[in-house]
Design a protein around this ligand. Sequence first.
Ligand SMILES: [Mg+2]
Length: 301
Amino acid sequence: MKVKDGIIGLIVGDALGVPVEFTSRHEREKDPVTDMREYGTYNQPKGTWSDDSSMTIATVASIVNKNGIDYDDIMNEFINWAVRDEYTNSRSGTFDMGNTTRQSLENYYNGTPALESGGRGERDNGNGSLMRILPLAYIKDIDYDTVEAVSSLTHAHEISRTACALYVEIAKSMIENDLEISEHIKLACDKIKEHYKGSEVLEKFERIFSNDLDDVRGRSFVVGSLECVIHCLLNTDRYRDAVLKAVNFGEDTDTTAAICGGLAGIYYGYDSIPNEWVNSINRIDEVESLCEEYEEFCDNV
Ligand SMILES: [Mg+2]
């Protein structure tokens, strides 16, 4: 198990997508991203990560500091990111915060308990918890309730919670088993279908369960995101191609590529991530040290 495979894979995917976030698929077809870019959508230098990485790193830092999952502490670290620019590597501090996340942090800041702060509406199903849930896959025997609770800090609707559970199962399978990508996905889907048997929420994941993923888009709806990511993983055979395919769907490029990059990093390994991309990322050394501390924590639980 190497924590940095997935975490650095996620951060590099995020940084690849940041300069072209919100551009259309048509624009990306005319001018595909093939390498780490600079400026663009947020006018940030090359190798700048966004909310996806910041909230992932904040989660890892909290679990290391508390030697376990403490929902209040994770929320406090999210607020440190949102308000004090911690866990960022940009010139201008925090940027690119989703509405559901912003509202949940406001709720918590104003006194709502951590596990009641997240959005519960049908519209609160953007990919804002899916993009930061990866660290939990490294914890042995992590249970569904805990994954769902960590999602619920910002995204408490059952669609978001279930999407996080499915993603963590895919990541866990990749960490623990030596299988083809399609086999990891099938194994994870079977576990989710069993665990949520009888729940209406499973209908939302039917295209993933039946591998009906030819018509996907880089949108921010959590299930759409996951469909797009799985499509990218199933149709490429190395890290670089998987994350670039995700970016070149356009729209929510950084998050699609971050979610994809987390899994591609685990599956292909840290050494498959282009060195020049990793080295272009400001403060990556600090993240790698944190990954080592997290690995030690995970080895000891
Ligand atoms: Mg982002």
